[in-house]
Structures are given as C-alpha cells and as structure tokens.
Design a protein around this ligand. Sequence first.
Ligand code: HEC
Ligand SMILES: [Cu+2]
Length: 441
Amino acid sequence: MAMAIALVVIVVASVLFHFLSPWWATPLASNWKQMDDTLTITLVITGVFFIVINLFIGYIAWRFRHGAPRQNGQNGHRAGYHPENRKLEIWLTVGTAFGVMALLAPGLFVYADYVRPPRDAMVMEVIGQQWQWAFRFPGKSGQLGTSDPRFISGTNPLGLNPDDPRGQDNVVISGPEVHLPLNRPVKVLLRSRDVLHDFYVPPFRARMNMVPGMVTSFWFTPTQAGRFEILCAQLCGVGHYNMRGMVVVEDQAAFDAWLAKQPTFAMTLAKAAAPPPPAPAGAAGGANAALIETGRALAQSKGCAGCHSIDGNPGVGPTWKGLFGRTETFADGSSAPVDDAFLKEEITDPQARLVKGFGPVMPKIPLTDDEIGALTAYIRAQGSGEGAGAAPPESASAGAPAGATAAAETSSQAASAASGTYTTSNAAVVPPSASPRAATK
Ligand code: HEC
Ligand SMILES: [Cu+2]
C-alpha cells in the first residue's frame, strides 16, 4: 500500500515540477527551433511512458496486495503464474518499437540538416585549446589556408601554414570574443590543439565536439542580435570552468567594420618578424617593450593565461599582478622573494615547490630559454610598479574588474578569460570567489 502511494506521489510531483519549474531553456537565438522540437518530442514520449508505467505499477501493487479481501471472504492472495502470453508480447514489442522509432527518427532528420550547411554560408573556424578560444575567418579571397600542428609557435598559435597563399589574408582572432552578422548562415569548422573540447552556445542550440587531429563542422544562423556566451561542454582539465567566450551578433555593417579592424595572418607574421620599435625616450627601452609583448603572446599561446590572470583575481593559479618583488609563501611554510631566478625555477620545474593555497596542477610546459626570458619580462611588467612604464596597455586596465573592461580587447582577454568574471546574456556573474582556491584556503 505504502509503495503504491509513493509511486503516485512521485508521478504527481514530477509532473508538477515540470510545469512549475523556473529552469527553462534560454530563449532561442538561432534557426534551430527543430532542436527544441526534437527535445520536446522526446520529453513527451518518455513523460507519457513514465506516467503510465508508474501509475500502472502503483495500481497493481494496490490491487493485488497480499492483504486484499477475496471473494470467499478470506484474506491473503497468491499470484497466478502466466509464463507465456503471445498476444501481450506482440503488443508490447510492437508498441516499444514504435516508441523507440519516434524517439530516434526526428533526431536523425535534424542532425542531417545540422551538418549540411547552405551553399551561401560564411565560414568561421573555431580553435579550442586548454583553456581558451581562438577564431579565424577567410579574408577577401574567401578561402581558409591550410594549417598543421607543426607550424604552431608563439607568433603563430593557430598553426597556419605560412607558405600557403590562401592563408595570408585570413583574419585571426586570438581572444575569446568573436562577432557574427545577424541572419547569415555560418558554417563552423572546429579544431582542437590539445584535448577534447566542445564548442557550445546554449541560445543557438548548437554544439559540437572538437577532436584533436580532425575538423568537425556544423552550421547555424544567428537570428537575434546580442551577446551570447560560449561554453566548453567537455571536461577538458582543471581550467575547464574558465574556458568561456562571447559571440556578439550584430548587423552586417557593424560586423564588417569589426572584421576590418582585425589583423590578418600576414600582418601578425610581419609584426613578429619586424625589428623592435625604437626606444621611447627615457622609458625602459624598445627592446624591453618588444620582449614584454612576446611574453604576452607566449602567455596566450602556451596556455598560461588560462590559469594565470593579470588583473589580480586568482584563477587556477596565482595572479601575476603584483607578483614580482613580492615574497611568496609555499605550502610547506617556507618563503622566498619573487625575482627572475624564482620565476625561472617556477616555470621550468613547477612541481618543485608549491605556492600556498594552490593545487599541484601546473603542467611542465617545454620552453626555450628565450621564451622563459620573455615570459619573465612579461610577469615582471605586471608587478610592483617596476618596469610599469614599459608595460603594454594591459597595465592600464589591470586594476579594473575584468568584465568591465571587455573593450580593452586583447589585453584584457587574458585577464577576463582567466578570472572568470564574464557577464553572461542571462546576467549570471561568476565571482572570483568561485575559483577553486577559495575552497582550498
Ligand atoms: C593548469 C594551470 C596552469 C597553467 C597552464 C600554468 N600554470 Fe603556472 N601555476 C599554476 C598553479 C596552480 C600554480 C601554483 C602552484 C605551484 O606552485 O605549482 C602556478 C604557479 C606559477 C608561478 C609561481 C607563481 C607564484 O605566485 O609564486 C609562475 C611564475 C607560473 N606558474 C608561471 C606559469 C607560466 C609562465 C605558464 C605558461 C608557460 C604557466 N604558469 C602555466 C597553474 C598553471
Ligand atoms: Cu575545453
């Protein structure tokens, strides 16, 4: 009896929860209403079966309970034994087969559409790496150049083929914010530089795994202007929760203007090859500024920025703001002043000493001495006022909350990506205290 009541309560509570729940999907912002329809079909079919089966079991448990009165006035039931029932078996088999077909078939049709882009779709490449996003658009020629992991370097983080003429005018966006024009189909090509990631923008109802060694693809048409958050939907390592970005959907004119301001691949190569600019009078010197800029690019391309912010908010690792010149305390209670030698040691052998309050998760990333020098110069520029005159623009925005300075583009990208203070389309702000450090302190 209690069992029967419990089952009825579970069914009623589930149905009520479904209709009264405040947790609904974000408003649809793309052409993929079919995704929602497919989900609704699944929910209705499984929901009906859930209700019917549980109420049936409840009824049977009550109707044939041991203590139920019998015709002859006595109490106590003994179940009948019916090992075969052809008619019932045929009904159940046919019914289940149709149910399963109804669950699977709509998805097959939608998926077939999902991976077959319209001919006039524009192309956007998305590259994932632990724990950041980068993007590439074809330039005027309308073609993407080839790419290969062996071309990846500090100045060519996406591994584009420098000898491919089709790649020279490709537009490279190495920060987490990308723009798209409204109402234009986009074919999305997805690559990963390291592990499995998944490009996911919930309001677009669109996502796809990014698999190292292959290019995956789907398409969608943004149908609402606005800012939409990109999430990584595969647990891709300790910085996974920080792997976020932004799609800004705007009209074609605004998009064209934005795209025209982004550097082409040829421009980034030329900039890297150019001799350092002449030293500004009085300041720390042009060579130093160029070194800091190289360090900034390396922090992005080697993935340091995924764990280390420059805005003062701890991420997976300690922030680099104000690090240089400070005295650092280790987990074992000892301490040491942060100077060049300290930084070099931390970077080359992260497991040797553990900074207090953090986990032993920093990977050993192979770096040349020159690269370590550049990274050290960059970290030095974030700290203690010393060398601040030569620091690139991010020192200007470093003190402000990352979310508020999204306009500072590349410089604050590292900071906001690492500190996790993005304002999302549904206004959820992740405070810095949500970082794992708070828990371990
Ligand atoms: C997976 C996240 C992660 C990545 C990627 C990462 N670090 Fe770290 N880093 C940490 C953590 C966690 C600590 C603190 C624990 C420790 O000492 O190992 C740390 C500590 C440091 C420290 C010492 C900081 C201090 O406060 O004393 C330096 C310097 C540093 N990392 C530089 C780098 C550089 C340079 C890179 C890129 C080449 C990098 N890290 C990449 C997580 C990371
Ligand atoms: Cu990821």
